[in-house]
Write a protein that binds this ligand. Structure first.
Ligand code: BTN
Length: 271
């Protein structure tokens, strides 16, 4: 493996806009799980970075494949002073920050790429998933703000062997661009972008960008909510992160991600 591919704490730190505690691990079960343990013992913010995970976790109990040396597996432990009600906006914020970071770095290599977002937490390149985001919160009863949030980001950077059943569904930056991006530069760019949006949280500029990058608007979807399943058309994504849908029976309502156990896009038309 060439040097360009090695993770290096000092290089990451040198490119961050704000000084941070960084913990770099060669292998861990899950950086989100590690960050949770860390948060119990340390009151600081921190970035946990791993070269591989043996039990990378996704939303709804899914697994996130985290092969050694081929991706970015990080958990950013933050303690933002934002109302509990607004914590649901962190996933869209991080999606947009990550898209911007990927595109910024590729532009430096003269490669223009459009990254898209699949509501609520996945980033796509050319209709394949390249990144997933898992935000976990710890709250204390009666407190206005969360105790902490763990922002987990899994991003496939370099070509690798995925299980057969995922080959048409997931991809890597290298597969789509032929560019071997520096993981150190990408981690710093992601964190700097997240910090920028967190510093300007109440302006919600990230929400308009999130809506612009989303490819489910106008699509027919099958939604599973607990035991029931129905078809609907996504009419819009709202500024609170919920989706406005029209069911096949004509009823219109807004649903948030927490209410959905599965959503499958039915439209064949691709953006
Ligand atoms: C998803 O696809 O539903 C979200 C995937 C999130 C994966 C990242 S990798 C770093 C962090 N640690 C984890 O165990 N999960 C997140």
């Amino acid at each position: 493996m060439n040097n360009k591919k090695q993770l290096d704490k000092e290089t990451i730190l040198s490119k961050l806009n704000y000084n941070k505690k960084i913990i770099l691990l060669d292998e861990v079960t899950s950086t989100n799980t590690f960050a949770k343990e860390f948060a119990k013992e340390d009151s600081d913010e921190a970035i946990i970075i791993a070269n591989s995970q043996t039990n990378g976790r996704g939303r709804l109990g899914r697994t996130f494949i985290s092969n050694k040396g081929t991706g970015i597996y990080i958990s950013y432990l933050i303690r933002p002073k934002i109302n509990l009600e607004d914590c649901k906006l962190i996933t869209p914020l991080v999606c947009v920050a990550t898209c911007n970071a990927i595109e910024e770095l590729l532009l430096k290599e003269n490669f223009q790429l459009d990254t898209k977002i699949k509501w609520v937490n996945d980033i796509y390149i050319n209709f394949k998933k390249v990144c997933g985001i898992l935000v976990e919160a710890s709250t204390i009863r009666k407190n206005m703000y969360p105790e902490y949030l763990i922002v987990g980001i899994g991003l496939n950077c370099y070509e690798q062997d995925f299980p057969e059943e995922l080959k048409n569904i997931v991809t890597t930056i290298e597969d789509e661009t032929k560019i071997i991006i520096s993981r150190n530069d990408l981690i710093s760019a992601i964190i700097n972008n997240i910090d920028y949006y967190l510093n300007n949280f109440n302006q919600k500029i990230y929400m308009q960008e999130y809506i612009n990058r989303s490819f489910i608007i106008g699509k027919k979807v099958e939604i599973k909510q607990g035991e029931k399943s129905y078809f609907a058309k996504v009419k819009n994504i709202l500024m609170d992160g919920s989706i406005n849908i029209e069911k096949d029976d004509g009823t219109i309502n807004n649903i948030s991600t927490g209410e959905i156990t599965k959503m499958v896009i039915k439209d064949e038309t691709r953006h």
